[in-house]
Design a protein around this ligand. Sequence first.
Ligand code: ADP
Ligand code: ASP
Ligand code: MG
Length: 398
Amino acid sequence: MPRVVMKFGGTSMAGIERIRHVASLVAKQAAESETCVVVSAMAGETDRLVQFCKEAAAEHDPREYDVVVASGEQVTAGLLAMTLQNSGLDARSFMGWQLVKASGVHGNARVDGIDSSELDDALSNGTVSVIPGFQGATPDGRVATLGRGGSDTSAVAIAAGLKADRCDIYTDVDGVYTTDPRIDPNASKLDRIGAEEMLELAGSGAKVLQVRSVGLAMREGMTLMVRSAFEDVPGSEIISNWDETMERTAISGIAADRNEALVKLIAEDRPGRLAAALHALADEGLTVDMVAQASDSLHFTVPRTALDRALKALDKAKDKIGHTAIKSDNEVAKISVVGVGVRSDPALAAKVYDVLADRQVPLLAATLSELKASALVPESHVDVAVRALHAAFGLGGE
Ligand code: ADP
Ligand code: ASP
Ligand code: MG
């Protein structure tokens, strides 16, 4: 019998009625495969728990943060298991921390492996297993969470650990689109997308899949599908081993990332200025994305959620970096145009910046890499800019 992992996101699990609907989809699947279900917390619940942590203590122990925020998924896993039982299915829940070995930073832990033997037995005996996503346990037995959106990664890791035939991510859209359909209603659904392009889109802010889930699926050769939890229509397949004989579109899609903040250090140009700043941030586990240098200043972006920590770290290292002032702007966003065309056709990247200039969108920073051309713009211009690029690259449906 095939083995399938189904993952349901927050909107699909928000309330008993929706959980009943999810149970009906699981029951249908369970009639034709061994079925394991990974669930998110109800929509909005993780945000609520994060807020509680902030209110309890502005500077809190990340291990206790994980204890709090991991709880939302426990609720939905238990509720789905009892709903399935109520409809006559043999079902039970396992806790993520009983199965998922994790390590690294609390709040953003990585998955090291899956303890699958008990789960394996349950599935082989026809028991539908329900597992809270987003959580694992560290070697010292503490609960750890996998970063926001981490249930996708839980699902793929569990699918790989169980040697499942596929992993279906059920969400509130019916697939991967050429851009976020909430920004541009003309976005069109992609029947399939290469994992490399999906990795770039997810890493650039298309939160339909957590970026690490895509990387993991690619490494494990796991078949990954994005599908609707609400409509019975075909979804999008993420293809790890793209057969180069299949036609590949030059531009796959456009992503916008609002979790960006621009930091500007007023500092005279001197050797080691950038390295000292990057060291100060790295010591705090903070990553830098875009960098621009001028003779009297240094500009870079950090995740908006980490801006306060970044400013503190830079201030502490003031003598080494040599800056006289720091300015920051958290009303910025990054737009990325993703596709193999960026690698093969230099004119495509130029066109991105042409379109922005035509629309008089201020360009605060830019980066080019193999598969994407990115632009940092004021947040107030994001939607207009995404729609303009989407139209200019002909990504809308007929
Ligand atoms: P879930 O709770 O199911 O994990 P998420 O909110 O994390 O759902 O992800 C689904 C959302 O991702 C969609 O509602 C959509 O607004 C957004 N999204 C962003 N970019 C894209 C894209 N390219 N294709 C589809 N959805 C996208
Ligand atoms: N509930 C977690 C979050 O909101 C994990 C997830 O939904 O994937 O980030
Ligand atoms: Mg998600």
